[in-house]
Design a protein around this ligand. Structure first.
Ligand code: PLP
Length: 458
Protein backbone atom coordinates (compact mmCIF):
# COMPACT_ATOMS: atom_id res chain seq x y z
CA UNK A 1 0.00 0.00 0.00
CA UNK A 2 1.24 3.49 -0.82
CA UNK A 3 2.26 5.64 2.11
CA UNK A 4 -0.19 8.33 1.13
CA UNK A 5 -3.10 5.94 1.16
CA UNK A 6 -2.05 4.53 4.45
CA UNK A 7 -2.70 7.98 5.90
CA UNK A 8 -6.25 7.73 4.66
CA UNK A 9 -6.86 4.08 5.48
CA UNK A 10 -4.87 3.07 8.52
CA UNK A 11 -4.68 -0.73 8.70
CA UNK A 12 -6.95 -1.85 11.49
CA UNK A 13 -5.84 -4.23 14.19
CA UNK A 14 -7.64 -7.54 13.87
CA UNK A 15 -10.36 -7.75 16.53
CA UNK A 16 -12.04 -10.87 17.89
CA UNK A 17 -14.83 -11.81 15.49
CA UNK A 18 -17.84 -14.03 15.25
CA UNK A 19 -17.38 -13.94 11.48
CA UNK A 20 -14.79 -16.15 9.87
CA UNK A 21 -11.48 -14.38 10.43
CA UNK A 22 -9.78 -15.80 7.31
CA UNK A 23 -12.58 -14.57 5.04
CA UNK A 24 -12.42 -11.09 6.52
CA UNK A 25 -8.64 -11.07 6.23
CA UNK A 26 -8.79 -11.89 2.55
CA UNK A 27 -11.30 -9.05 2.00
CA UNK A 28 -8.87 -6.70 3.75
CA UNK A 29 -6.10 -7.94 1.44
CA UNK A 30 -8.27 -7.33 -1.62
CA UNK A 31 -8.85 -3.73 -0.48
CA UNK A 32 -5.16 -3.28 0.31
CA UNK A 33 -4.28 -4.35 -3.22
CA UNK A 34 -6.61 -1.77 -4.80
CA UNK A 35 -4.95 1.30 -6.29
CA UNK A 36 -7.78 3.60 -5.23
CA UNK A 37 -11.22 3.64 -3.63
CA UNK A 38 -13.01 3.38 -6.95
CA UNK A 39 -11.33 0.00 -7.42
CA UNK A 40 -12.56 -1.01 -3.99
CA UNK A 41 -16.12 -0.27 -5.05
CA UNK A 42 -15.53 -2.21 -8.28
CA UNK A 43 -14.46 -5.23 -6.24
CA UNK A 44 -17.94 -5.26 -4.70
CA UNK A 45 -19.66 -5.24 -8.09
CA UNK A 46 -17.28 -7.93 -9.34
CA UNK A 47 -18.22 -10.24 -6.46
CA UNK A 48 -21.91 -9.64 -7.19
CA UNK A 49 -21.29 -10.52 -10.84
CA UNK A 50 -19.41 -13.71 -9.90
CA UNK A 51 -22.39 -14.80 -7.82
CA UNK A 52 -24.80 -13.97 -10.62
CA UNK A 53 -22.90 -16.17 -13.04
CA UNK A 54 -22.27 -19.04 -10.66
CA UNK A 55 -25.45 -19.25 -8.58
CA UNK A 56 -27.65 -17.50 -11.15
CA UNK A 57 -26.64 -19.47 -14.23
CA UNK A 58 -24.53 -22.50 -13.38
CA UNK A 59 -25.97 -24.03 -10.21
CA UNK A 60 -29.00 -26.08 -9.38
CA UNK A 61 -30.18 -23.99 -6.44
CA UNK A 62 -32.10 -26.29 -4.15
CA UNK A 63 -32.14 -24.14 -1.03
CA UNK A 64 -35.61 -24.33 0.51
CA UNK A 65 -35.72 -20.69 1.71
CA UNK A 66 -34.75 -19.18 -1.67
CA UNK A 67 -36.77 -18.23 -4.70
CA UNK A 68 -35.85 -16.49 -7.95
CA UNK A 69 -37.86 -13.33 -8.63
CA UNK A 70 -39.41 -12.25 -11.93
CA UNK A 71 -37.76 -9.60 -14.15
CA UNK A 72 -40.31 -6.95 -13.07
CA UNK A 73 -39.82 -7.68 -9.37
CA UNK A 74 -36.07 -7.43 -9.82
CA UNK A 75 -36.18 -4.19 -11.74
CA UNK A 76 -38.53 -2.55 -9.24
CA UNK A 77 -36.01 -3.22 -6.50
CA UNK A 78 -33.75 -0.59 -8.00
CA UNK A 79 -36.54 1.91 -8.76
CA UNK A 80 -36.36 5.60 -7.85
CA UNK A 81 -39.19 5.19 -5.38
CA UNK A 82 -36.81 3.24 -3.17
CA UNK A 83 -34.93 6.44 -2.41
CA UNK A 84 -38.02 8.07 -0.86
CA UNK A 85 -38.80 8.17 2.83
CA UNK A 86 -42.29 7.11 3.77
CA UNK A 87 -42.86 6.11 7.33
CA UNK A 88 -46.20 5.73 9.00
CA UNK A 89 -49.55 4.47 7.81
CA UNK A 90 -51.03 4.94 4.34
CA UNK A 91 -52.78 8.27 3.69
CA UNK A 92 -51.82 11.94 3.64
CA UNK A 93 -52.60 12.69 7.30
CA UNK A 94 -50.97 9.56 8.69
CA UNK A 95 -47.50 10.27 7.33
CA UNK A 96 -44.82 12.43 8.77
CA UNK A 97 -43.61 13.48 5.32
CA UNK A 98 -45.38 15.36 2.53
CA UNK A 99 -45.08 14.31 -1.11
CA UNK A 100 -46.20 10.74 -0.63
CA UNK A 101 -49.11 10.80 -3.09
CA UNK A 102 -47.71 8.12 -5.39
CA UNK A 103 -46.15 6.22 -2.55
CA UNK A 104 -49.64 5.92 -1.06
CA UNK A 105 -50.81 4.53 -4.40
CA UNK A 106 -48.06 1.91 -4.45
CA UNK A 107 -48.51 0.92 -0.83
CA UNK A 108 -52.29 0.70 -0.95
CA UNK A 109 -52.12 -1.34 -4.17
CA UNK A 110 -49.66 -3.63 -2.41
CA UNK A 111 -51.87 -4.06 0.63
CA UNK A 112 -54.98 -4.74 -1.43
CA UNK A 113 -53.12 -7.28 -3.59
CA UNK A 114 -51.75 -9.03 -0.49
CA UNK A 115 -55.27 -9.28 0.94
CA UNK A 116 -56.54 -10.81 -2.30
CA UNK A 117 -53.64 -13.22 -2.64
CA UNK A 118 -54.06 -14.44 0.93
CA UNK A 119 -57.86 -14.13 1.09
CA UNK A 120 -57.54 -12.02 4.26
CA UNK A 121 -59.26 -8.91 5.62
CA UNK A 122 -56.03 -7.22 6.70
CA UNK A 123 -52.39 -7.37 5.65
CA UNK A 124 -49.20 -5.48 6.35
CA UNK A 125 -46.55 -4.78 3.74
CA UNK A 126 -43.95 -2.91 5.81
CA UNK A 127 -41.97 -5.79 7.30
CA UNK A 128 -38.37 -5.87 6.19
CA UNK A 129 -38.22 -9.55 7.18
CA UNK A 130 -40.53 -12.24 8.42
CA UNK A 131 -38.35 -12.24 11.53
CA UNK A 132 -39.64 -8.70 12.18
CA UNK A 133 -43.19 -9.89 11.48
CA UNK A 134 -42.82 -12.45 14.24
CA UNK A 135 -41.45 -9.84 16.60
CA UNK A 136 -44.42 -7.62 15.71
CA UNK A 137 -46.84 -10.43 16.57
CA UNK A 138 -45.16 -11.07 19.92
CA UNK A 139 -45.08 -7.34 20.61
CA UNK A 140 -48.77 -6.94 19.78
CA UNK A 141 -50.26 -10.05 21.32
CA UNK A 142 -48.10 -10.83 24.39
CA UNK A 143 -46.56 -9.16 27.42
CA UNK A 144 -43.12 -10.00 28.84
CA UNK A 145 -43.42 -13.03 31.10
CA UNK A 146 -46.35 -14.55 29.20
CA UNK A 147 -46.16 -18.22 28.26
CA UNK A 148 -46.11 -19.27 24.61
CA UNK A 149 -45.76 -22.74 23.11
CA UNK A 150 -43.54 -23.10 20.04
CA UNK A 151 -41.78 -25.85 18.07
CA UNK A 152 -38.24 -26.88 19.11
CA UNK A 153 -35.55 -26.61 16.43
CA UNK A 154 -34.73 -30.32 15.94
CA UNK A 155 -38.34 -30.83 14.86
CA UNK A 156 -38.20 -27.92 12.44
CA UNK A 157 -38.87 -24.94 14.74
CA UNK A 158 -37.23 -21.59 14.02
CA UNK A 159 -35.15 -19.34 16.24
CA UNK A 160 -37.63 -16.47 15.76
CA UNK A 161 -40.06 -18.30 18.02
CA UNK A 162 -37.50 -19.52 20.54
CA UNK A 163 -35.41 -18.14 23.39
CA UNK A 164 -32.64 -17.11 20.98
CA UNK A 165 -34.91 -14.98 18.77
CA UNK A 166 -37.77 -12.43 18.91
CA UNK A 167 -39.84 -14.55 21.33
CA UNK A 168 -36.90 -14.57 23.73
CA UNK A 169 -36.24 -10.86 23.20
CA UNK A 170 -39.86 -10.19 24.17
CA UNK A 171 -39.10 -12.00 27.45
CA UNK A 172 -41.56 -14.80 26.90
CA UNK A 173 -41.64 -18.06 28.78
CA UNK A 174 -41.27 -20.66 26.04
CA UNK A 175 -42.71 -24.17 26.38
CA UNK A 176 -42.04 -26.81 23.71
CA UNK A 177 -44.80 -28.13 21.48
CA UNK A 178 -44.38 -31.92 21.78
CA UNK A 179 -43.58 -33.82 18.58
CA UNK A 180 -43.46 -37.50 17.68
CA UNK A 181 -40.23 -38.90 16.18
CA UNK A 182 -42.11 -38.91 12.83
CA UNK A 183 -42.19 -35.10 12.92
CA UNK A 184 -45.87 -34.87 13.78
CA UNK A 185 -47.30 -32.83 16.63
CA UNK A 186 -48.27 -35.20 19.45
CA UNK A 187 -51.76 -33.84 20.04
CA UNK A 188 -52.45 -35.78 23.25
CA UNK A 189 -49.21 -34.61 24.81
CA UNK A 190 -49.93 -31.12 23.48
CA UNK A 191 -53.36 -31.06 25.12
CA UNK A 192 -51.88 -32.02 28.50
CA UNK A 193 -49.05 -29.48 28.30
CA UNK A 194 -51.35 -26.73 27.03
CA UNK A 195 -53.87 -27.29 29.83
CA UNK A 196 -51.05 -27.15 32.35
CA UNK A 197 -49.34 -24.01 30.97
CA UNK A 198 -52.36 -22.24 29.43
CA UNK A 199 -50.24 -20.44 26.79
CA UNK A 200 -51.43 -17.05 25.62
CA UNK A 201 -50.14 -17.84 22.14
CA UNK A 202 -49.22 -21.05 20.35
CA UNK A 203 -46.92 -20.60 17.37
CA UNK A 204 -46.84 -23.05 14.50
CA UNK A 205 -43.67 -22.03 12.70
CA UNK A 206 -41.72 -24.68 10.85
CA UNK A 207 -38.53 -24.23 8.86
CA UNK A 208 -38.48 -27.93 8.19
CA UNK A 209 -41.96 -28.51 6.85
CA UNK A 210 -43.29 -31.51 4.99
CA UNK A 211 -46.96 -31.83 5.95
CA UNK A 212 -49.88 -29.65 7.12
CA UNK A 213 -50.14 -29.01 10.86
CA UNK A 214 -53.18 -29.56 13.13
CA UNK A 215 -54.03 -25.85 13.32
CA UNK A 216 -57.74 -26.35 13.85
CA UNK A 217 -57.29 -28.89 16.65
CA UNK A 218 -54.76 -26.69 18.42
CA UNK A 219 -56.86 -23.54 18.16
CA UNK A 220 -59.78 -25.46 19.70
CA UNK A 221 -57.64 -26.81 22.55
CA UNK A 222 -56.41 -23.35 23.57
CA UNK A 223 -59.70 -21.49 23.04
CA UNK A 224 -61.11 -22.09 26.59
CA UNK A 225 -58.61 -19.69 28.20
CA UNK A 226 -58.51 -17.28 25.26
CA UNK A 227 -55.25 -18.65 23.84
CA UNK A 228 -54.55 -17.56 20.26
CA UNK A 229 -52.94 -19.46 17.42
CA UNK A 230 -50.17 -17.73 15.47
CA UNK A 231 -49.22 -19.43 12.20
CA UNK A 232 -45.69 -18.49 11.15
CA UNK A 233 -45.90 -19.62 7.55
CA UNK A 234 -42.50 -18.24 6.56
CA UNK A 235 -41.85 -21.18 4.27
CA UNK A 236 -45.37 -22.10 3.22
CA UNK A 237 -46.83 -18.66 2.45
CA UNK A 238 -46.79 -19.16 -1.34
CA UNK A 239 -48.24 -22.65 -0.97
CA UNK A 240 -51.00 -21.17 1.20
CA UNK A 241 -51.74 -18.40 -1.31
CA UNK A 242 -51.73 -20.94 -4.14
CA UNK A 243 -54.21 -23.16 -2.30
CA UNK A 244 -51.76 -26.07 -2.14
CA UNK A 245 -51.35 -26.28 1.63
CA UNK A 246 -53.60 -25.78 4.62
CA UNK A 247 -55.31 -22.40 5.00
CA UNK A 248 -54.39 -21.24 8.52
CA UNK A 249 -56.64 -18.16 8.65
CA UNK A 250 -59.61 -20.43 8.00
CA UNK A 251 -58.42 -23.02 10.53
CA UNK A 252 -58.43 -20.86 13.62
CA UNK A 253 -55.16 -18.91 13.29
CA UNK A 254 -55.52 -15.34 14.56
CA UNK A 255 -52.57 -14.14 12.51
CA UNK A 256 -50.37 -15.44 9.71
CA UNK A 257 -46.86 -14.24 8.95
CA UNK A 258 -44.57 -15.35 6.16
CA UNK A 259 -41.44 -14.63 4.19
CA UNK A 260 -41.88 -12.98 0.82
CA UNK A 261 -38.69 -14.62 -0.46
CA UNK A 262 -39.43 -18.30 0.19
CA UNK A 263 -42.29 -20.11 -1.63
CA UNK A 264 -43.98 -16.73 -2.14
CA UNK A 265 -41.18 -15.98 -4.64
CA UNK A 266 -41.08 -12.20 -4.13
CA UNK A 267 -38.49 -9.77 -2.75
CA UNK A 268 -36.96 -11.02 0.50
CA UNK A 269 -39.00 -9.45 3.31
CA UNK A 270 -42.04 -10.23 5.45
CA UNK A 271 -45.82 -10.33 5.14
CA UNK A 272 -48.45 -10.40 7.86
CA UNK A 273 -52.18 -11.11 7.40
CA UNK A 274 -55.17 -11.53 9.70
CA UNK A 275 -58.98 -11.26 9.79
CA UNK A 276 -59.90 -10.09 13.28
CA UNK A 277 -60.58 -6.32 13.53
CA UNK A 278 -60.01 -6.52 17.29
CA UNK A 279 -56.25 -7.10 16.87
CA UNK A 280 -55.76 -4.71 13.95
CA UNK A 281 -54.76 -1.69 15.97
CA UNK A 282 -52.25 -3.62 18.11
CA UNK A 283 -50.63 -5.30 15.09
CA UNK A 284 -50.41 -2.06 13.08
CA UNK A 285 -48.95 -0.29 16.14
CA UNK A 286 -46.34 -3.02 16.55
CA UNK A 287 -45.24 -2.44 12.94
CA UNK A 288 -45.34 1.35 13.15
CA UNK A 289 -44.06 3.08 15.21
CA UNK A 290 -42.54 0.16 17.12
CA UNK A 291 -40.52 -1.88 14.59
CA UNK A 292 -40.46 -0.11 11.22
CA UNK A 293 -39.93 3.49 10.18
CA UNK A 294 -38.87 3.82 6.54
CA UNK A 295 -39.78 0.53 4.96
CA UNK A 296 -38.21 0.43 1.47
CA UNK A 297 -40.99 1.47 -0.91
CA UNK A 298 -39.11 -0.10 -3.85
CA UNK A 299 -39.45 -3.39 -2.02
CA UNK A 300 -43.14 -2.68 -1.39
CA UNK A 301 -43.65 -2.12 -5.14
CA UNK A 302 -41.85 -5.37 -5.92
CA UNK A 303 -43.92 -7.13 -3.27
CA UNK A 304 -47.11 -5.83 -4.86
CA UNK A 305 -46.14 -7.30 -8.23
CA UNK A 306 -45.18 -10.60 -6.60
CA UNK A 307 -48.67 -10.68 -5.03
CA UNK A 308 -50.21 -10.20 -8.47
CA UNK A 309 -48.03 -13.06 -9.76
CA UNK A 310 -49.28 -15.20 -6.88
CA UNK A 311 -52.90 -14.45 -7.77
CA UNK A 312 -52.36 -15.18 -11.46
CA UNK A 313 -49.91 -18.11 -11.34
CA UNK A 314 -49.83 -19.28 -7.70
CA UNK A 315 -52.09 -22.25 -8.09
CA UNK A 316 -50.24 -23.97 -10.96
CA UNK A 317 -46.80 -22.84 -9.81
CA UNK A 318 -47.23 -24.10 -6.26
CA UNK A 319 -48.84 -27.37 -7.40
CA UNK A 320 -45.80 -28.04 -9.59
CA UNK A 321 -43.46 -27.20 -6.70
CA UNK A 322 -45.14 -29.82 -4.50
CA UNK A 323 -45.26 -32.39 -7.27
CA UNK A 324 -41.57 -31.79 -7.97
CA UNK A 325 -40.52 -32.20 -4.34
CA UNK A 326 -42.41 -35.51 -4.20
CA UNK A 327 -40.76 -36.67 -7.43
CA UNK A 328 -37.33 -35.63 -6.20
CA UNK A 329 -37.79 -37.40 -2.85
CA UNK A 330 -38.89 -40.60 -4.57
CA UNK A 331 -36.00 -40.45 -7.03
CA UNK A 332 -33.46 -39.92 -4.24
CA UNK A 333 -34.85 -42.78 -2.20
CA UNK A 334 -34.90 -45.13 -5.20
CA UNK A 335 -31.20 -44.47 -5.60
CA UNK A 336 -30.41 -45.25 -1.95
CA UNK A 337 -30.45 -41.81 -0.33
CA UNK A 338 -32.81 -42.09 2.69
CA UNK A 339 -35.60 -39.51 2.81
CA UNK A 340 -38.01 -38.65 5.61
CA UNK A 341 -41.79 -39.00 5.20
CA UNK A 342 -42.03 -41.85 2.66
CA UNK A 343 -45.11 -43.36 4.37
CA UNK A 344 -47.03 -40.09 3.90
CA UNK A 345 -46.00 -39.48 0.29
CA UNK A 346 -42.74 -37.66 1.17
CA UNK A 347 -43.92 -34.06 1.16
CA UNK A 348 -46.84 -31.67 0.78
CA UNK A 349 -44.49 -28.71 0.47
CA UNK A 350 -41.45 -27.53 -1.48
CA UNK A 351 -39.11 -29.48 0.82
CA UNK A 352 -37.38 -32.83 0.81
CA UNK A 353 -35.54 -33.89 3.95
CA UNK A 354 -32.79 -36.47 3.51
CA UNK A 355 -30.98 -38.31 6.27
CA UNK A 356 -27.36 -38.13 5.18
CA UNK A 357 -25.69 -39.55 8.29
CA UNK A 358 -24.18 -42.44 6.29
CA UNK A 359 -22.60 -39.98 3.81
CA UNK A 360 -20.82 -37.96 6.50
CA UNK A 361 -23.62 -35.75 7.87
CA UNK A 362 -25.32 -32.57 6.70
CA UNK A 363 -22.39 -30.15 6.84
CA UNK A 364 -20.02 -32.41 4.96
CA UNK A 365 -22.60 -33.41 2.36
CA UNK A 366 -23.88 -29.86 1.72
CA UNK A 367 -20.33 -28.64 1.06
CA UNK A 368 -19.48 -31.61 -1.12
CA UNK A 369 -22.64 -31.12 -3.20
CA UNK A 370 -21.94 -27.38 -3.49
CA UNK A 371 -18.61 -28.22 -5.12
CA UNK A 372 -20.68 -29.98 -7.78
CA UNK A 373 -22.92 -26.87 -8.07
CA UNK A 374 -25.80 -28.55 -6.22
CA UNK A 375 -26.82 -26.05 -3.52
CA UNK A 376 -28.64 -27.39 -0.43
CA UNK A 377 -28.32 -26.91 3.33
CA UNK A 378 -27.50 -28.96 6.39
CA UNK A 379 -30.47 -29.44 8.70
CA UNK A 380 -31.30 -30.78 12.13
CA UNK A 381 -33.57 -33.81 11.95
CA UNK A 382 -35.32 -35.82 14.69
CA UNK A 383 -32.69 -37.66 16.69
CA UNK A 384 -30.33 -34.66 16.60
CA UNK A 385 -30.00 -32.39 19.65
CA UNK A 386 -30.47 -28.63 19.23
CA UNK A 387 -26.76 -28.32 20.08
CA UNK A 388 -25.92 -30.36 16.95
CA UNK A 389 -26.94 -27.38 14.78
CA UNK A 390 -23.43 -27.02 13.32
CA UNK A 391 -23.08 -30.71 12.41
CA UNK A 392 -26.58 -32.14 12.03
CA UNK A 393 -27.57 -35.40 10.34
CA UNK A 394 -29.98 -34.04 7.77
CA UNK A 395 -30.02 -32.26 4.45
CA UNK A 396 -32.85 -29.96 3.37
CA UNK A 397 -33.57 -29.72 -0.34
CA UNK A 398 -36.11 -27.35 -1.91
CA UNK A 399 -37.87 -27.40 -5.27
CA UNK A 400 -38.82 -23.71 -5.65
CA UNK A 401 -36.14 -22.44 -8.03
CA UNK A 402 -35.86 -25.48 -10.27
CA UNK A 403 -39.66 -25.34 -10.65
CA UNK A 404 -39.65 -21.67 -11.59
CA UNK A 405 -37.00 -22.48 -14.20
CA UNK A 406 -39.60 -24.70 -15.86
CA UNK A 407 -38.50 -28.11 -14.60
CA UNK A 408 -40.95 -30.91 -13.95
CA UNK A 409 -40.94 -34.47 -12.57
CA UNK A 410 -38.60 -35.88 -15.26
CA UNK A 411 -35.98 -33.30 -14.40
CA UNK A 412 -36.26 -34.20 -10.70
CA UNK A 413 -35.11 -37.68 -11.60
CA UNK A 414 -32.15 -36.21 -13.46
CA UNK A 415 -31.27 -34.04 -10.46
CA UNK A 416 -31.41 -37.07 -8.14
CA UNK A 417 -28.95 -38.75 -10.47
CA UNK A 418 -26.44 -35.91 -9.91
CA UNK A 419 -26.82 -36.46 -6.15
CA UNK A 420 -26.20 -40.18 -6.56
CA UNK A 421 -23.07 -39.58 -8.64
CA UNK A 422 -21.59 -37.46 -5.84
CA UNK A 423 -22.80 -39.31 -2.76
CA UNK A 424 -23.06 -42.96 -3.80
CA UNK A 425 -20.79 -43.44 -6.76
CA UNK A 426 -18.19 -40.98 -5.47
CA UNK A 427 -17.45 -39.59 -8.92
CA UNK A 428 -15.00 -36.68 -8.90
CA UNK A 429 -17.02 -33.55 -8.06
CA UNK A 430 -15.33 -31.57 -10.86
CA UNK A 431 -16.78 -33.95 -13.41
CA UNK A 432 -20.28 -33.76 -11.94
CA UNK A 433 -19.97 -29.99 -11.69
CA UNK A 434 -19.21 -29.70 -15.41
CA UNK A 435 -22.28 -31.80 -16.21
CA UNK A 436 -24.45 -29.69 -13.88
CA UNK A 437 -23.27 -26.51 -15.63
CA UNK A 438 -24.14 -28.02 -19.03
CA UNK A 439 -27.49 -29.24 -17.73
CA UNK A 440 -28.40 -25.90 -16.19
CA UNK A 441 -27.62 -24.13 -19.48
CA UNK A 442 -30.95 -25.41 -20.85
CA UNK A 443 -32.87 -23.80 -17.97
CA UNK A 444 -32.31 -20.05 -17.89
CA UNK A 445 -35.85 -18.69 -18.28
CA UNK A 446 -38.08 -17.91 -15.31
CA UNK A 447 -41.75 -18.85 -15.62
CA UNK A 448 -44.94 -18.26 -13.64
CA UNK A 449 -44.61 -14.52 -14.23
CA UNK A 450 -46.30 -12.03 -16.59
CA UNK A 451 -43.22 -11.76 -18.83
CA UNK A 452 -42.92 -15.46 -19.65
CA UNK A 453 -46.15 -17.12 -18.54
CA UNK A 454 -46.23 -20.86 -17.94
CA UNK A 455 -43.39 -23.22 -18.84
CA UNK A 456 -43.70 -25.47 -21.90
CA UNK A 457 -45.68 -28.65 -21.21
CA UNK A 458 -43.67 -31.71 -20.16
C1 PLP B 1 -37.16 -18.34 7.52
C2 PLP B 1 -38.05 -18.32 8.71
C3 PLP B 1 -38.31 -17.13 9.40
C4 PLP B 1 -37.58 -15.85 9.09
O1 PLP B 1 -37.92 -15.35 7.88
P1 PLP B 1 -37.08 -14.16 7.20
O2 PLP B 1 -37.96 -13.69 6.10
O3 PLP B 1 -35.81 -14.76 6.75
O4 PLP B 1 -36.87 -13.12 8.23
C5 PLP B 1 -39.24 -17.15 10.42
N1 PLP B 1 -39.87 -18.28 10.75
C6 PLP B 1 -39.63 -19.46 10.13
C7 PLP B 1 -40.38 -20.68 10.56
C8 PLP B 1 -38.70 -19.51 9.10
O5 PLP B 1 -38.43 -20.67 8.49
Amino acid sequence: MHARQQDHFPAMEPQPQVHDAATLRSAAQVLDACKNVREMAQEVSAAVKRNEIWRGQQCLNLLAPEAPTSPTVRSLLSAEIGTRAAEGHIGPVNRWFAGTRHIDEVESLCMELLKRALRAEYADHRLCASMIGNLAVYTALTQPGDTVMTAPQPFGGHSSNRADGPAGVRGLNIVDIPFTPELEIDLDAFRRAAQQHQPKLVTLGMSMTLFPLPAKEISEIIAPWGGKLFFDGAHQLGLIAGGQFQDPLREGAAVLTGSAGKTWSGPQSGIMAWNDPAITERLAWAVFPVLAATHQVNRVAALAVSAAEMIEFGQVYMAQIVSNSQALARALEQRGIPVIGASRGYSQTHQVIADVRQFGGGLEVAHQLARANLITNKNLIPGDAASDWDRPSGLRIGSIEVTRLGMRETQMDEIAEFFARVLLRKEPVEKVQQDVVDYRRQYQTLYYCFENGLPPAA
